[in-house]
Ligand binder design. Structure first.
Ligand SMILES: *Cc1c(COP(=O)(O)O)cnc(C)c1O
Length: 460
């Protein structure tokens, strides 16, 4: 299995290389040269299997000979053993033909644990084989950073540095980053906003002497291994609801287009998915792009579903690559136009996207009303991101079962949930002491040289 860049000029890589590299050298994103398919019988056989076994069967065709079968099974087992539910991704019924896929039973209560826990294990094992050490540096508005720290804490050949904007993440998110006691975890509270954090991380990757000197690696949402790990729960959920004997649709609360793109890969692999519905909050660039064909960022307006407050949706590039018939030059041209305001999606490409994706948006009021209404009708307390999904899914219900992805636990966003429902959601018992654990955090300036010096001194 080889991976190629969406912009067509970077060298092809194997799985382990694509996982460690992240962004391709031509600025593109890595995708499989050809997507392997599972047969009708192979898909039918997944129904009811333990989640870890579904992970093994769905991911194996993509990872080549990076790990032996026994190694890979061991890594999968370790990745998911810390989840607080034996089904890992349980389904709950909301209405006659509408289901919630609960993806928040991992250690940091958001779906990002599914991918991050596994790539922590995969990277550690790949490094053990090569004898290398890496330094992971990431910026976060909350969920990605806590998931990364949780995944890499205590691993022997990795240091993990996470930059978050000082004073601008929720208390639960901050404590999840600052309370791990392991020496390889470095939570950095930076003076500035999330864009500043992201800009300094980008600067570090562009400083090649520094990058090579510390063995910099990234785990942001464009990392192919993260996308791949998320393909699995589409198979687990759809087969539980009768696929491949019948079709199933999914609605996905979307920001960077990573989670929904994983659903697209599942469909490419042969899973009987009817429609993939993109659900956005008021930052609705993807909904506008799919309805009008114009992809034009209009500035981010902060919302109560902050993990979807995005205007440049990185993984959408992967969908555009396929929609243009894998025309790397066309993708590179669109991305160049994006730097000066935006682009128009070619008519054939727009048609191809609309054959798979539908879309909708939820305003702040609609999000709050959905939290209240769902609680009253079903007893379920939704996080604001999930509520965006449930609202949009309601506009796309059809003959086939609809599954809405529940991307975070309501207790991760207690203020917004309480304001909408009157109920303050409690943390699950296994992390109820989060507020009593001592915090460890370094306050850092918005200054590249100071940050690089700090990283070098910490990894000694
Ligand atoms: C990251 C995140 C999203 C958006 O996922 P993408 O893969 O970026 O589309 C939605 N909900 C929550 C809770 C998240 O943490």
């Amino acid at each position: 299995m080889r991976y190629i860049s969406t912009r067509g000029t970077a060298p092809a890589l194997n799985f382990a290389e694509a996982m460690m590299t992240g962004l391709a050298r031509d600025g593109g994103l890595y995708v499989p040269e050809t997507v392997p398919t599972l047969s009708h019988d192979e898909i039918a056989a997944l129904a009811g299997l333990p989640y870890e076994e579904v992970v093994f069967r769905v991911m194996s065709p993509f990872i080549g000979d990076t790990f032996t079968e026994t190694e890979f099974r061991g890594l999968i087992a370790r990745a998911y053993e810390g989840f607080g539910h034996p089904a890992r991704a349980p389904l709950k019924q909301l209405a006659p033909n509408h289901f919630l896929l609960e993806l928040f039973h991992g250690p940091t209560l958001a779906f990002k644990d599914f991918a991050m826990q596994l790539i922590g294990q995969l990277m550690q094992a790949a490094l053990a084989k090569s004898g290398k050490r890496i330094t992971i540096v990431g910026a976060t508005s909350g969920d990605t950073g806590s998931a990364a720290i949780e995944a890499f804490r205590g691993l022997s050949n990795v240091d993990v540095f996470i930059l978050f904007p000082h004073g601008r993440v929720s208390e639960v998110q901050r404590r999840q980053m600052t309370t791990p006691v392991e020496a390889n975890v470095h939570a950095l509270a930076m003076d500035g906003d999330f864009d500043d954090c992201q800009a300094r991380v980008k600067d570090m990757f562009n400083d090649f002497a520094f990058r090579d000197g510390v063995g910099l690696a990234g785990v942001n949402s464009i990392n192919w291994a993260r996308v791949l790990a998320q393909v699995v729960y589409y198979f687990a959920a759809a087969t539980a609801l009768g696929a491949p004997h019948r079709k199933v649709s999914f609605t996905v609360p979307t920001g960077n287009f990573g989670d929904i793109y994983a659903g697209y890969i599942a469909r490419q692999m042969g899973l009987t998915i009817e429609t993939l519905v993109v659900a956005t909050n008021q930052n609705d660039i993807l909904h506008r792009a799919l309805t009008t064909g114009e992809y034009r960022p209009a500035g981010v307006t902060p919302s109560i579903s902050p993990s979807m407050d995005i205007q440049v949706s990185s993984n959408f590039e992967r969908a555009l690559f396929d929609a243009t018939g894998r025309d790397g030059a066309a993708v590179a041209a669109m991305m160049a136009d994006l730097k000066t305001g935006g682009f128009r999606i070619r008519q054939d490409a727009l048609g191809a996207l609309r054959a798979t994706f539908a879309s909708g948006r939820a305003s702040e009021d609609e999000t709050r009303q959905t939290i209240g209404r769902t609680l009253a009708a079903t007893g379920e307390l939704l996080c604001p991101h999930t509520a965006v999904g449930v609202k949009v899914a309601g506009e796309h219900l059809g003959a086939e079962p609809m599954v809405t992805l529940a991307t975070a636990h309501p207790a991760k966003f207690p203020d917004a949930v309480q304001a909408a429902s009157g109920i303050r959601p409690a943390l699950p018992p296994r992390m109820a002491d989060l507020f009593n654990r001592p915090e460890r955090v370094t306050r850092v300036p918005n200054d590249l040289t100071a940050l690089e010096d700090l990283v070098r001194s910490r990894i000694g």
